[in-house]
Design a protein around this ligand. Structure first.
Ligand code: GAP
Length: 576
């Protein structure tokens, strides 16, 4: 973000460094009054799109999570960034960022650590803080989770969640009941995530505590996907792996159906959520001329993902990841099914019961016991598993199984092998997950950067945030022309009426009208109402539009309804 917008954000109370009075800590920000309102409006627009309109559920799970959850999910082992430490000043840096910021290499994040070490040495890269040489320093994995202790004394180990997603996976055994075991269904969460970033930077873009909005969408991969005609008119700007590897900057511009038909996007639900995401980003103020979907390179994929597309916005010449739409397959639910006591499967009933052949064994333990001693029970289990997996293995006179690296051969007639017909009414499956995961702080930051403009009004320079009316912190500024002759009282009454109609209103009677307009333009207020002498005589006020600075007269009795219509996109100012 340009310095101008950062300065505006701080001065006008969008966001600022937290705990500054105590020196602050890098990577933590407070949203001021304007920023908190903008953030809340963006979150509400997200809920409207991804919860209400999609018919999904929303939950609110704890941010402190016991260690076994992250053992199962793989975060304890794999949620690492690459760290390199300066031998001179001791400062830690993200090794891939040091490379990407100082060379033409753009995908250092997806490389193994030995290649990263070699690149640092080959390019003779130095410490960004003190200029000391980094060549020869080892690059290590640094786990990004903040750890804590649950309870007094030694307590139990826990972690602040690095993603809201795990809360939705661990509660899956209950959530599937609320969804009446019917796939597909989606569970959403808007909440705080924590990552102990090695080098937080660019204000809200890389922080150590941030709000995420995530949807975990549970599907049966054998089922049909969504009706894509609902998003048929959305054109996706796609930057797939092969275009990136060819170092091209040309994006494919395809509808979801075309992207699927041409094999660019691998799954229907992914294509659907890319389209819904694009519509949502446009709705909250991201400029569609500075927006794309970039597919993850193979080495860049998170440990749980088989494919992922990042929604990216261009800010000050850099592409910023705003959202990831990932295919998490059955990775998460399988891991929790394996480690937890509950079942993470869903029973999918068939339309009609099916007759199936099932192979089973009933080994003669009076034979296995004397033959294999203590291993007899494990041999019997291995025979049962083999019968379910590969019934042809029982075609010969003998059958061989492996137990703990040892081979055991059993005459087939002693295994009690048989194939019987059974009626099956359905099957238990572990659902697959498609996950659109958004960073709200990054959406706030990009909407601010993309909506900022410096222009001129009546020969005077002005800073304006052209935020969509739906997300602007304040919808209307109400001004009396002067605070005398009853104008102030009438304006305050009108402000109260507008607040009662659910509008975000600011009242301002200080300075000349031009300056009051500028103050509202600067924080993105889309409309201003001025109460002048005619208002008292005719019962009508002046309504001014931020973007065109056009003014129209509106009867006081209609002003609340008009503003609600403008905010909700049901009216257009030009049509008033
Ligand atoms: N559950 C999937 C997941 O956590 P992610 O790509 O690691 O995916 C989701 O994070 C989103 O969170 C990102 O697309 C980004 O917008 C945001 N995000 C990630 N790390 C962040 C950080 N340190 N500061 C601010 N936002 C961040």
């Amino acid at each position: 973000m340009s310095e101008t917008v950062s300065e505006l954000a701080r001065r006008r109370g969008f966001f600022f460094q937290a705990s500054e009075a105590y020196g602050g800590a890098a990577g933590f920000y407070t949203y001021g009054p304007e920023g908190a309102a903008l953030k809340r409006n963006i979150e509400d627009a997200w809920r409207d799109r991804f919860v209400t309109r999609e018919g999904n559920m929303e939950i609110d799970s704890p941010t402190v999570t016991p260690e076994p959850v992250f053992q199962a999910s793989g975060h304890l082992d794999d949620f690492d960034d690459m760290l390199v430490e300066c031998p001179d000043c001791g400062e830690s840096h993200r090794a891939d960022h040091v490379i990407e910021d100082n060379t033409d290499v753009e995908d250092a994040e997806s490389m193994p650590t030995d290649e990263v070490e070699a690149l640092i040495a080959d390019h003779e890269l130095v410490c960004p803080a003190c200029g000391g040489p980094l060549a020869g320093q080892s690059v290590t994995g640094f786990n990004l989770m903040f750890d804590t202790t649950i309870g007094p004394g030694d307590g139990d180990p826990g972690y602040l969640r690095p993603e809201t997603a795990q809360g939705m996976f661990t509660e899956f055994p209950r959530l599937k009941e609320y969804a009446r075991n019917q796939l597909p269904f989606g569970v959403a969460q808007v909440g705080t995530g924590y990552r102990n970033e090695i080098s937080p930077r660019n204000a809200l873009l890389r922080t150590r505590e941030f709000t995420m909005a995530e949807l975990e969408f549970f599907v049966d991969p054998a089922d049909d996907g969504p009706a894509l005609d609902r998003v048929a008119d959305v054109e996706l700007p796609l930057y797939p792996v092969d275009a990136q590897q060819a170092a091209g900057e040309e994006y494919l511009r395809l509808t979801p159906q075309e992207a699927l038909a041409e094999g660019v996007v691998g799954g229907e639900w992914v294509a659907y959520f890319l389209a819904r995401s694009k519509q949502w980003f446009e709705r909250v103020g991201v400029d569609m001329d500075r927006f794309r979907f970039r597919q993850h390179l193979p080495g860049e994929l998170a440990h749980y993902a088989s494919d992922c597309w990042d929604a990216e916005g261009e800010v000050d010449g850099d592409w910023v990841e705003l959202e990831g739409v990932a295919s998490r397959t059955d990775y998460d639910l399988s891991k929790h099914d394996e480690h937890a006591d509950d079942s993470f499967t869903v029973f999918q009933a068939y339309d009609e019961p099916k007759t199936v052949e099932r192979a089973s064994v009933d080994p003669e333990m009076s034979y296995l016991g004397p033959e294999f001693g203590g291993a007899a029970g494990d041999v019997a289990d291995a025979l049962a598993a083999l019968a379910a997996r590969d019934r042809a293995a029982f075609d010969g006179d003998e059958v061989t199984v492996d137990v703990d690296g040892e081979s055991y051969t059993v005459p087939t007639e002693r295994t009690g092998f048989e194939v019987a017909e059974e009626t099956e009414s359905g099957r238990h499956i572990i659902p697959h997950v498609v996950e659109p995961a958004f960073g709200i702080g990054r959406a706030v930051y990009t909407a601010l950067a993309h909506s900022y403009e410096a222009d001129e009004v009546d020969g005077e320079p002005r800073d304006v945030l052209r935020l969509p009316a739906e997300v602007a912190p304040t919808t209307v500024g109400v001004f009396p022309l002067m605070d005398k002759d009853g104008l102030g009282e009438r304006a305050r009454e009108i402000a109260a009426e507008l607040r009662a109609a659910g509008l975000a209103v600011t009242y301002d009677d200080s300075g000349n009208i031009g300056r009051r307009y500028r103050r509202q333009d600067e924080v993105g207020t889309p409309y201003c109402v001025t109460v002048d002498y005619e208002a008292l005589e005719e019962g009508a006020v002046t309504l001014r539009d931020r973007d065109t600075t056009t003014q129209v007269r509106v009867p006081i009795a209609e002003v609340a309804e008009t503003l609600v219509g403008l905010r909700d996109g049901e009216l257009r100012f030009e049509a008033l």
